[in-house]
Write a protein that binds this ligand. Structure first.
Ligand code: HEC
Length: 123
């Protein structure tokens, strides 16, 4: 019995540590994403929560689009504008194609973590 209790305690502790490490990680990713957003020229066309500029306000974008869609979009807007109905509808609405961005896979992960952090707990 004691061993089981001990094993359970160890498990809870480890799970707690893993969880804390995970959220720390997300915070760090989001912070890097925030820096990218402000330095990669995104702010010339987008705000987050301050309305439309040349492109859409990106507040709530992770509620509107899946991570997969956002990843594909940030990887290659040109390709998406040729193949994806949502992207085409956006382009029609905004009257401009978002230029293809020069982003690494890691940077895309960071940007999406940043968008998610902004959308957390909000509808
Ligand atoms: C020259 C202006 C411009 C720049 C710079 C730009 N975007 Fe965009 N973005 C747009 C436009 C316009 C759209 C709407 C789709 C279209 O018309 O191509 C869009 C769409 C998006 C969307 C999808 C929004 C939705 O509602 O689904 C995301 C996400 C996005 N941009 C992120 C970024 C990020 C991140 C950067 C910087 C790395 C960036 N954009 C730089 C103009 C821009």
């Amino acid at each position: 019995m004691r061993k089981i209790v001990l094993a359970l305690c160890a498990f809870v502790l480890l799970a707690g540590v893993a969880f804390a490490a995970g959220s720390q990680n997300n915070q760090e990713l989001a912070k890097k994403g925030s820096n990218l957003f402000n330095t990669k020229g995104c702010t010339a066309c987008h705000t987050i929560g301050h309305g439309k500029l040349i492109g859409p306000d990106l507040k709530g974008v992770t509620k509107l689009r899946s991570t997969k869609w956002l990843t594909s979009w940030l990887q290659d807007t040109t390709k998406m504008l040729h193949t994806d109905k949502t992207a085409q509808a956006l382009e029609k609405h905004y009257g401009l194609a978002m230029p293809k961005q020069d982003l690494t896979a890691q940077q895309i992960t960071e940007l999406i973590a940043f968008f998610k952090a902004n959308d957390q707990g909000k509808k």
